[in-house]
Every structure is written in structure tokens, then in C-alpha cells.
Design a protein around this ligand. Structure first.
Ligand SMILES: Cc1ncc(COP(=O)(O)O)c(C=O)c1O
Length: 455
């Protein structure tokens, strides 16, 4: 059974219990209770190093910025920053988290976001970050005015829409397609107006262009095409503004989880048929990604007789997703006529993370496997049919007290979780020596009423 958790680098001990970095997941569930997130520091560090290695041969400067919204757990951020990963933030909270709480130097922070508030713009202008990504002319005007008022100047990039949807991606979640509401089309009047505005301003310096085409992408050709379109826009900006930067956004997928395709999603909603997931080792994917975008930009720069641009990348999922596991306990198993085997656990799509609704994640029993595998509907604690982990999941025998492990929850699970189904889970980190400690305590009932002003 070792194979069921080997793609994540985990194993099973002699008794058949799943272990992360040598620590039994059953022991962790017993010690810290469930639902529980378990993060492997070794896996985080290995992923950060792998990402850096993928760009090691690029002849220009490369800045790798972790996309904070993917997993803003300070203990996770600390490990990534310790590995020399910078920060990409999209709101005032994340900007505060990076600069004030985590101590990241502002020069190593990229600030984006489609709708920056007045307070956020003022904070950006007071302490200029390494780069601000502007979504449009209005954004530039506000940033320019705030910088004048603060007596500072800002390095900016313009967010573009390359007009492409990566293969295998749902058009509704692609962010660089022709119908996306993010960023500008290069030939548009708005883009030209941005350039004219930048010609005349002294408080904003245009460093380059930015695009983010979606998340969970395996289609490396899509990144190459995005690079080519960004480079075409970047080239005239070198002479006109002294531009030197191409920010490729995030978006790289992992081999061990994926989005439902549109057809799979429709079939799943209509019939409950759960698609299959074939995990693969994604070390090669990261390496090929770094080489693909690096070589594309080197080739384009050589052809244009320009120095290779500084590359900024903003990975989220690729750095953290497989490094974190969610442990859930079975509370009840009910065999319901018409419905079949229904397994109730302490977290689902509404009680832990809506990511269960759109992404496929592997699920295994954390303890020894008993009996044959057969379909089960696994539900959380909210009395809604939507609060499912998955329907028609193949599971062996399980009963009250058994623990399930959900893989690849290090991206967007914690950050999208709510307390709709009760207090949010704790986070435990296993360090490189195999010691474990609580790095975020479980939410308490008191936490849930702390913001209330009336008794
Ligand atoms: C602008 C931007 N950069 C980076 C990311 C991180 O994406 P991923 O987790 O797919 O790498 C996102 C995610 O939505 C994003 O919107």
C-alpha cells in the first residue's frame, strides 16, 4: 500500500499507518485532533530548491515570489523566505503580513490586485515595494497621485492579457483568455493611454509587463506562448521607458492533483461519477517549466539584440500544494437505501474548503487498509449535500474513529476555508528532524465571537 502515498514522498510504517517524514499520521491525529493540516517542512524546502534550480541556467536575474494568497500561514511563509523566496501579495493584509509581520524587505515584494483600495494605494506609496502591477489606467492614475503625495516614486508593470487559454483548463478559471477581465490587450486604447500617461509622469517608472494565465497548468506551451506575447509588448518599452522586467505570474500545476475538466464537472454534478486521478512525480514538470520559459526569453532577447529581461515568477500551488495533507476523522458510516455507503467526516467542501468542489485530490485511509475497496460518499458536518469531500470515492472498510488523509491541500485550502462548518483546523508542521509542533492553533468558539460588539 506504500504506493498510495509515495508520489508525495510519504510512506506507510510497519503497521500500515501512513507516515509523513517518519511521523505517523494516526499519532498526529490523536495528539492534535482533527480536522488537522499537516505540513512537511522538508517537502516545502525541497520544492523551493527545485523551483530555483529550474531557473539556475537563466543568464539574467530571476526573482521567485511566493503568491501569498495560496497559503498565508506564517510558518509556511517563514520556511519559503528562509529558502530565499520573495513575496507576491494582492491586498493590504498580505502587504502587511509580508513587510511588517514576516519582515520581508519591501524591495522583495511584488504587489498586484485588481481593485486596490485607497488605503492600499496609500500604503504602497508610503513604502514603495519592488514592483507594483497595475491593472489599468485608473490604477496608474491613483498610484501616481499617491506617490506624488507621499513624495516617493514607484516601479510599476502593466498587467496584460495574452489572449490564450492553456490546454486542459476550464475557460472560466483561465485568467489570460480573450474574455478575461484581468489586464489589458496590448493594442487597446487603454494600454496606449497607459503608455502616454507613463511618458508624462515622474512618480511612476515602467519596469515591464505582467501576465498570469491561470492555475494548475500543465501545458508548458501555454507559458511559452505567454512569454512570446509578453516579450512582443516588452520590446518597445525597453527604449521608451528603460524597461527590464517580464513578470510571468504563477500558474504551474503539480503532478498529484488537478482541476476537474468542464465535462468531468458536469458529469460529476449530474451523475456523481468521480473522475480518476493519476498522480505523477512533478519534479520534471518544474524543471521543464523553468527551462521552457527561460529558453524562450533568451531566444527572443537574442533575436531582438537585447539583454535577457529580469524574470519575475509568482508560483503558489507549485511550491506548497503537495507539502500539506488534511487529516479528517470518520464520525459515522451509514448505509442508506438508495444513497449507498455514506461516510461522515469532520470536514468537506463547505466545512473545510470549497476546493473540493472544483479540484481532484487523492484521498487515502491514514491507518492500515481493511477489506476491499468500494464506492463511498464522503460528507462533512454541514447539513447540505454540497458539504462533500467527494461522492463515489473508492474506499476500503472504514468506521468511526478511522482517519482519512486528503493530499495536496497546501494550496488554496487554508486560505479559502471558512468557519461555516465550525472552527477552522489547526496546522502542524513536521520539521526536518522529524519533530512536530503546532504552528497555528485550532480556532476556538471564543475566536468566533471575538469580533462581536454586542453580547
Ligand atoms: C497574479 C497571480 N499570481 C500568482 C498566482 C498564483 O498562482 P498559482 O498558485 O497557480 O501558481 C495567482 C493565483 O491566482 C495570481 O492571480
Amino acid at each position: 500500500m506504500d504506493g498510495d502515498c509515495a508520489p508525495w514522498g510519504f510512506s506507510r510504517d510497519g503497521a500500515g499507518a501512513m507516515a509523513i517524514d517518519g511521523v505517523s499520521t494516526l499519532a498526529l491525529a490523536a495528539a492534535y485532533e482533527t480536522p488537522l493540516y499537516v505540513v512537511s517542512e522538508a517537502s516545502l524546502r525541497a520544492r523551493a530548491r527545485r523551483f530555483k534550480r529550474a531557473f539556475a541556467s537563466y543568464p539574467g536575474e530571476v526573482l521567485i515570489c511566493f503568491s501569498y494568497k495560496t497559503n498565508p500561514t506564517p510558518a509556511v511563509l517563514r520556511v519559503l523566505h528562509d529558502e530565499d523566496i520573495a513575496a507576491e501579495v494582492v491586498n493590504g493584509y498580505e502587504l502587511w503580513l509580508a513587510t511588517a509581520h514576516m519582515g520581508v524587505p519591501p524591495s522583495r515584494v511584488v504587489v498586484g490586485g485588481p481593485n486596490k483600495s485607497a488605503a492600499e494605494v496609500a500604503a504602497i506609496a508610503r513604502t514603495p515595494p519592488g514592483l507594483v502591477v497595475a491593472e489599468g489606467l485608473d490604477d496608474l492614475q491613483r498610484l501616481g497621485a499617491a506617490a506624488s503625495e507621499a513624495g516617493t516614486s514607484l516601479d510599476v508593470a502593466l498587467r496584460l492579457r495574452p489572449g490564450l487559454v492553456p490546454k486542459g483548463m476550464n475557460p472560466s478559471t483561465a485568467t489570460g483568455g480573450k474574455k478575461s477581465h484581468f489586464g489589458m490587450i496590448v493594442d487597446s486604447e487603454e494600454y496606449q493611454a497607459c503608455l502616454s500617461f507613463l511618458d508624462d509622469t515622474t512618480t511612476l517608472r515602467l519596469r515591464g509587463v505582467h501576465a498570469h494565465i491561470g492555475s494548475g497548468i500543465h501545458d508548458l506551451r501555454a507559458f511559452e506562448r505567454s512569454c512570446a506575447r509578453l516579450f512582443a509588448a516588452y520590446r518597445p518599452l525597453v527604449d521608451r521607458f528603460g524597461a527590464d522586467t517580464i513578470d510571468l505570474g504563477g500558474g504551474l500545476g503539480v503532478g498529484t492533483s488537478r482541476e476537474f475538466t468542464s465535462m468531468e464537472m458536469l458529469r460529476y454534478l449530474a451523475t456523481g461519477k468521480l473522475p480518476t486521478l493519476q498522480p505523477s512525480d512533478d519534479a520534471g514538470l518544474t524543471q521543464s517549466y523553468g527551462q521552457a520559459v527561460g529558453q524562450t526569453l533568451v531566444r527572443l532577447a537574442e533575436k531582438a539584440r537585447l539583454a535577457p529581461p529580469r524574470i519575475i515568477v509568482e508560483p503558489g500551488r507549485a511550491l506548497t500544494s503537495p507539502a500539506q495533507v488534511l487529516l479528517l476523522s470518520v464520525g459515522a458510516v451509514r448505509h442508506r437505501e438508495g444513497a449507498g455507503r455514506c461516510v461522515f467526516v469532520d470536514g468537506g467542501a463547505m466545512s473545510t474548503s470549497p476546493m473540493f468542489l472544483s479540484e481532484l485530490h487523492a484521498v487515502a485511509v491514514a491507518g492500515p487498509v481493511r477489506g476491499a475497496f468500494a464506492p463511498a460518499h464522503v460528507f462533512g458536518r454541514v447539513p447540505s449535500p454540497l458539504d462533500a469531500v467527494y461522492r463515489n470515492l473508492k474506499l476500503p472498510d472504514v468506521g468511526p474513529g478511522d482517519v482519512l488523509a486528503v493530499f495536496d491541500v497546501g494550496a488554496y485550502f487554508g486560505s479559502t476555508s471558512s468557519n461555516f462548518g465550525g472552527p477552522r483546523p489547526a496546522v502542524v508542521m513536521i520539521d526536518e528532524r522529524g519533530d512536530h509542533r503546532l504552528v497555528q492553533r485550532r480556532e476556538t468558539f471564543e475566536d468566533l465571537v471575538r469580533r462581536d460588539l454586542a453580547p
